[in-house]
Design a protein around this ligand. Structure first.
Ligand SMILES: Nc1ncnc2c1ncn2[C@@H]1O[C@H](COP(=O)(O)OP(=O)(O)O)[C@@H](O)[C@H]1O
Ligand SMILES: N[C@@H](CCOP(=O)(O)O)C(=O)O
Length: 321
C-alpha cells in the first residue's frame, strides 16, 4: 500500500472544504501504487482521487503534470482531470505535502494483459503522443540515460546484496547504453510509466490512462520500449512476441513508426529495462521506515534486460522489416 503520509479526518475535511465538490462522506488510503500517497475520496456529489506527492516528485514539475492532464482531457483523451479549488488553484498543500484532487476514472487495470489489451494499449499510447504534440509545457526526462548513472551511484555499493554480481552487470550495461543511446528520434510528451496498473479497462475496452507523474518530453519510441517491457513478458519471464506485435500494430495504426524508431527499439528496450531495474533497486534498498508500501522486484527487470541483450534487430519484437 502506498501511503507514506498519514492524513487525519480533520485535515482532510478542512482540505476538501476548499473545493466546490460537495460534502465529504468518506475517504480511504489506496492499496496500490508505490510513488505517491493516494486516497479515494467520496463526497455526496462524486468520487475523487486525492494525491499527496512524495519523494520522487519535484514540486516544480507539478504544474507540468496537472496542466498536461487538462490538455489531454481537452483533446479527448480519457485521463483524470485536475479539480480546481474554489480559489482556482490546481495545487494545494495537505499534511505538509503538495496535494491535488483529480477526477475518478472508471475501470480496472488488468493483472495479466492479453494480446487484445496490448493492441488497445498501443493505440492509446499513440493517441497520447499525438495529443501531446501541441502541449506548451516542457519537462526533461529526469530518468533518461543521463539520469541512470547518478541513480546507480547511490545504490551500487549495496546491489550485490540483492543479486551476486549485479553491480558489475549494471555497470557494463550502463557504459554500453551511454555510448550507444540514440538521439534525434521523434519526440514529444511521453507517459514514461505506462505499466498495466496505469491503464484502465472496462471489459476489453480501454477506459483511460492514469498516473502521469513521470510524464516528460522524450523519444516517443522510448515510451513504446517501456511498454514492451511492462506488457509483453509472461510471469515465467518469457517474452511474448504475439503481444509485442499487437502492441506495435495498434500503435502504428494511429501513428506509424519512422525507420529510425523501428531500428532503435532493441537499444531503447534495453535502456527501459535498465531504468526500471535501477529505480526498483534503489527503492528495494531504501524503503522508508513505517511506510505502507511493497517494493517491486528489481530482478524481474534484470531478466528482461538479459532478454533484450540477446536481441539482434527489431524483428524480434514482431516488427516486419
Ligand atoms: N484518477 C483515478 N481514478 C481511479 N482510480 C485511481 C485514479 N488515480 C489513481 N487511482 C487508483 O490509485 C492507484 C494508485 O495510483 P497511482 O497513480 O498509480 O499511484 P502511484 O503514483 O503511487 O504509483 C491506482 O492503481 C488506482 O487504483
Ligand atoms: N511502474 C514502476 C513503478 C512506478 O509505480 P506506479 O505504481 O506509479 O506505476 C515499476 O513497475 O517499477
Amino acid at each position: 500500500m502506498a501511503v507514506y503520509t498519514d492524513v487525519s479526518d480533520e485535515e482532510l475535511g478542512a482540505f476538501i472544504e476548499g473545493y466546490d465538490v460537495g460534502r465529504l462522506l468518506s475517504f480511504k488510503g489506496i492499496a496500490e501504487g508505490v510513488e505517491n500517497s493516494n486516497f479515494l475520496v467520496h463526497t455526496d456529489a462524486a468520487s475523487f482521487i486525492l494525491t499527496l506527492y512524495e519523494k520522487r516528485v519535484n514540486p516544480n514539475d507539478l504544474p507540468y503534470f496537472l496542466n498536461l492532464l487538462q490538455h489531454l482531457a481537452d483533446k479527448g483523451l480519457s485521463c483524470p482531470q485536475p479539480v480546481a479549488a474554489s480559489g482556482g488553484a490546481l495545487l494545494g498543500e495537505l499534511a505538509g505535502r503538495p496535494a491535488a484532487l483529480v477526477t475518478f476514472l472508471e475501470g480496472m487495470w488488468v493483472k495479466r494483459p492479453k494480446t487484445v489489451h496490448c493492441g488497445e494499449l498501443g493505440k492509446a499510447m499513440a493517441r497520447l503522443h499525438l495529443a501531446g504534440q501541441d502541449y506548451a509545457g516542457f519537462r526533461k526526462n529526469a530518468l533518461d540515460v543521463h539520469g541512470w548513472r547518478p541513480l546507480f551511484d547511490q545504490c551500487s555499493a549495496r546491489s550485490n546484496e540483492v543479486h551476486e554480481g549485479l553491480a558489475d552487470e549494471i555497470a557494463a550495461e550502463l557504459s554500453h547504453l551511454e555510448a550507444s543511446w540514440p538521439s534525434d528520434l521523434p519526440s514529444g510528451v511521453i507517459h514514461a510509466d505506462l505499466f498495466p496498473d496505469n491503464v484502465f479497462f472496462l471489459g476489453q475496452e480501454l477506459s483511460g490512462l492514469i498516473d502521469f507523474y513521470f510524464a516528460c518530453n522524450d523519444a516517443f519510441a522510448y515510451d513504446i520500449a517501456i511498454c514492451l517491457n511492462a506488457w509483453c513478458f509472461e510471469v515465467d519471464g518469457a517474452f511474448n512476441v504475439t503481444k509485442a506485435k499487437a502492441l506495435l500494430k495498434g500503435y502504428a495504426s494511429v501513428r506509424p513508426l519512422t525507420a529510425d524508431e523501428s531500428k532503435a527499439l532493441p537499444i531503447l528496450s534495453r535502456g527501459a529495462a535498465l531504468r526500471f531495474l535501477l529505480t526498483r533497486l534503489y527503492d528495494w534498498l531504501s524503503v522508508p521506515e513505517g511506510a505502507m508500501v511493497t517494493p517491486k522486484d528489481p530482478l524481474e527487470y534484470l531478466k528482461k534486460l538479459r532478454f533484450h541483450q540477446t536481441v539482434k534487430n527489431s524483428e524480434a519484437y514482431g516488427l516486419v522489416a
